[in-house]
Design a protein around this ligand. Structure first.
Ligand SMILES: Nc1nc2c(ncn2[C@@H]2O[C@H](COP(=O)(O)OP(=O)(O)OP(=O)(O)O)[C@@H](O)[C@H]2O)c(=O)[nH]1
Ligand SMILES: [Mg+2]
Length: 192
């Protein structure tokens, strides 16, 4: 089975890094030196998309797309979302307000009219802290979770070092399993 997964999230969350860490092919990327305040955060930024491929086993492979984090390229988010069955949302835990970042992307993925997709949250730059520190993200996810237990309303949240190919792979295997479950029970309604 071939799945297409979009890595979405703010600048510096680790989308390009994760795809480079795990891809079995030379990745395609669109990195440029930033000309604005992003230059304070990092040397290069994605302006269109990343592309990689990871083979999970004999049968399954995932095509990975990486979105640009900058809001001014948000038109690419919709184009890439259209191509993808699942989303791995990366949130930089050290950003100014990472809970607000999650709320922003949650609103995008859950807005009326948006196709419901299985998705997961990978919290990056977490660097070995206790998983209890992930609880603050529940404030965003709790209302939708309480309304419906479907794979789109109840995304798992996990710490992730985007540089670590084993960690990225483990998350993607989980997400691929969610996609398979969704395909088997295609008609299961979202109650939210
Ligand atoms: N310490 C630490 N660094 C990380 C972690 N995950 C990613 N990084 C680093 O954070 C930076 C992320 O940069 P990118 O992968 O370019 O981020 P991006 O999400 O593609 O950003 P844009 O393309 O600008 O939207 C890289 O320098 C990574 O090495 C982590 O868990 N811990
Ligand atoms: Mg990038």
């Amino acid at each position: 089975m071939e799945s297409r997964i979009l890595l979405l999230g703010p600048v510096r969350a680790g989308k390009t890094t994760a795809i480079r860490a795990i891809s079995d092919i030379d990745t395609v990327d669109t990195e440029v030196r930033p000309s604005d305040e992003v230059a304070l955060l990092k040397a290069t930024t994605t302006v269109a998309m990343d592309l990689g491929v990871v083979r999970l086993d004999e049968r399954d492979r995932i095509v990975l797309y990486g979105a640009p984090g900058q809001e001014r390229f948000d038109f690419m988010w919709e184009i890439l979302l259209e191509q993808c069955e699942g989303v791995l949302l990366l949130i930089d835990d050290t950003a100014h307000d990472p809970v607000a970042d999650l709320a922003h992307y949650h609103a995008l993925l859950m807005r009326p009219g948006q196709k419901r997709r299985p998705w997961m949250v990978g919290v990056t730059h977490f660097d070995g802290r206790s998983d209890h520190d992930l609880a603050r993200y529940d404030t965003v996810l709790r209302p939708a979770r309480a309304a419906c237990g479907c794979l789109s309303c109840s995304p798992p949240v996990q710490a992730l070092d985007a540089r670590d190919s084993d960690e990225v792979r483990a998350l993607l295997i989980g997400l691929a399993a969610m996609l398979e479950v969704q395909q088997r029970f295609r008609n299961r309604p979202c109650l939210a």
